[in-house]
Structure formats: structure tokens, C-alpha cells
Design a protein around this ligand. Structure first.
Ligand code: F6P
Length: 322
């Protein structure tokens, strides 16, 4: 392995820079040249590829976003379009590609490794959603979680002053982990997530019960994968008469300086991705399980049923918020 490339793709997440830095530094340490592909798969098609040096990743570990930029590139699903991208790697003699992103980004990497035996591909899980199989945590999840906690702690101050119910809509796509972990961390009275069916009538009863036993305010955490905060408020209004407000945290959840946990995770996974390439591995995603580094074939990662949801955490949140 003499030359590799790295790209960030899909929705950005805090810690992507730290992961790119780890890939670049680990590769150069092992006498491997590294190329940065700018703007994800779009940059691969546009041949926006530049050599990276040790200094290219200096002063980046603490920065949110991704200095390689990111993009969603639906055209990359087409075989003819992909050929062009593969050619841009091949003409530089690039033998390994590290793709940092979500599982949509992994699918592009899998196709490359299937269609070009000279290029090995490894995926690094970068998304705030924590929705990738083969890893307990994705890069950016912890930072987004902390951003939500900080925001809801502030919302709680005003909720308490006005004795209001707040409905907080959080990101996560079809995964409820951000809502669940944030809900547990802020002591939300109710957490509505895609993995568990929730009757709004019961949510209303819980809020009502809380008010009757003297609670001054109430926090409902709703995952965007179930419904919008606004729809949740409208549904609730059918059952109870409370002065509810809706807060949609939005893209603030994707920004900010990565937490220590995300910087360490990104560094470990980025370094491990290079190690796997050096060992001749391909079409695998790296991850962390029980704090050990691990890798899983893309094929296994794409088996949706395997996504791990922790029912124990969910059940505990219910017990703690009676
Ligand atoms: O996958 C990350 C994510 O932030 C999701 O939580 C959210 O649903 C989506 O991306 C938003 O995408 P966009 O930034 O393209 O609006």
C-alpha cells in the first residue's frame, strides 16, 4: 500500500476532522501518501483531489464540520458515473479509500471495491445519528448529545419559570438514540422514538399526572423520525389543555467543537482504518464495541435488523420519570 485517499460524505458530524487527521497522520507515519477528496463523492467525480501533508491536518482536531467538505451525491448510485470517479483514483495509483460518513456513504465504497479490485475501501462511521451497525457509537453522536443537553438545560429554565410543557424535536433520522440518550440526560418526562410505539393519549396522561403531583414543567423529547415537534403539540392538544411550546433544535446539533469522547473515537477509528488497509482488508466498516476496535463487512452492516437498540435504557428512562 503506497497511496490512499480519504473523503467525508453525507451529513457532516463533529469529529470528522479528527478522523481525517488520524487517517493522514497514521498513513504518513507508515510511509503511505495520502490524498484528500474534497466534497465527498462529488469531488471524486470532479477530480477535486489533492495530496495532504502532515501540516494539512494541523489545527483541525478541535474543529467541527469537515475541512474536506461534504456533499450528498445521488448520481454516484449510477454505475457509469461511478466509473469516472474510480478512474480518478486509479490514474493516481490510489489503492485504498477511507470513506467517513453514514451507511449511504458506505454503499458507494462497497460499489467501488466490487467494481475495481485494485482499490480497497474502508468505512469510518461519521454521523450524529448513531444509526450504523457494527459500532456502539458513531463519530459526532456524543457531541450532538451534549449540544442537545446544553440547549434543553436552558429551555428548562424558562419552562420552569412559566410552568410550561416543552416539546423538543431532535435529529436522528430513523434512529431514536439521540432522543433517548438526551431524554435520559435531561430527565425528560416523555421520550418519543421510532423504535417504540407511543400513544399520544398516554403522553398526555403522563403530563397531566405530573402536573397533578406538583410538577412545574414538563419536557417531551421527540425524535424527528416519529413526527415533528409541531405535530406532536397538535396531537397533545386533543387530550390536554397545557401551555405547550415547541423547540426544533435543527442543525445546531451538527455543529460545534467535538467532545473529548468524539476526538478519541475519531482518532482510534481513523487510525484503525489505515491499519486495515495496510493488512489488505476491504469492504469493511470500522467500529467500537465494548470499547474494543472492531470491523464488520459492509454486507453485514447493511442488514437493517441488526441495528442495536437498547430497550433497557428506554425502560429505565420510564422508571426514572414517573
Ligand atoms: O444524518 C444526519 C442528519 O443530520 C439527520 O439527523 C437529519 O435528518 C439529516 O442529516 C438532515 O439532513 P440535511 O442537512 O441534508 O438537511
Amino acid at each position: 500500500m503506497k497511496k490512499i485517499a480519504v473523503l467525508t460524505s453525507g451529513g457532516d458530524s463533529p469529529g470528522m476532522n479528527a478522523a481525517v487527521r488520524a487517517v493522514v497522520r497514521k498513513a504518513i507515519y507508515n510511509n503511505i501518501e495520502v490524498y484528500g477528496v474534497y466534497q465527498g463523492y462529488q469531488g471524486l467525480l470532479n477530480d477535486d483531489i489533492k495530496k495532504l501533508e502532515l501540516g494539512s491536518v494541523g489545527d483541525t482536531i478541535q474543529r467541527g464540520g469537515t475541512f474536506l467538505y461534504s456533499a450528498r451525491c445521488p448520481e454516484f448510485k449510477e454505475a457509469d458515473v461511478r466509473k469516472k470517479g474510480i478512474e480518478n483514483l486509479r490514474k493516481r495509483g490510489i489503492e485504498g479509500l477511507v470513506v467517513i460518513g453514514g451507511d449511504g456513504s458506505y454503499r458507494g465504497a462497497q460499489r467501488i471495491s466490487e467494481e475495481c479490485s485494485e482499490i480497497q475501501t474502508i468505512g469510518v462511521p461519521g454521523t450524529i445519528d448513531n444509526d450504523i451497525n457494527g459500532t456502539d457509537f458513531t463519530i459526532g453522536f456524543d457531541t450532538a448529545l451534549n449540544t442537545i443537553i446544553e440547549s434543553v438545560d436552558k429551555i428548562r429554565d424558562t419552562a420552569s419559570s412559566h410552568a410550561r410543557t416543552f416539546i423538543i424535536e431532535v435529529m436522528g433520522r430513523d434512529c431514536g438514540d439521540l432522543a433517548l440518550w438526551a431524554g435520559m440526560s435531561v430527565g425528560a418526562e416523555t421520550i418519543i422514538i421510532p423504535e417504540v410505539k407511543t400513544e399520544i393519549k398516554e403522553v398526555a396522561e403522563r403530563i397531566d399526572h405530573g402536573i397533578r403531583r406538583g410538577k412545574k414543567h414538563s419536557i417531551v423529547m421527540v425524535a424527528e423520525g416519529v413526527m415533528s415537534g409541531e405535530s406532536c403539540a397538535q396531537e397533545l392538544a386533543k387530550y390536554i389543555n397545557v401551555d405547550a411550546r415547541v423547540s426544533v433544535l435543527g442543525h445546531i446539533q451538527r455543529g460545534g467543537s467535538p467532545t473529548g469522547a468524539d476526538r478519541v473515537l475519531a482518532s482510534r477509528l481513523g487510525g484503525y482504518a489505515v491499519e486495515l488497509l495496510m493488512n489488505g482488508e476491504t469492504a469493511r466498516g470500522v467500529g467500537i464495541k465494548n470499547n474494543d476496535l472492531t470491523s464488520t463487512s459492509f454486507d453485514d452492516i447493511f442488514i437493517a435488523e441488526a441495528h442495536k437498540f437498547d430497550h433497557n435504557i428506554y425502560n429505565l428512562t420510564k422508571e426514572l420519570s414517573i
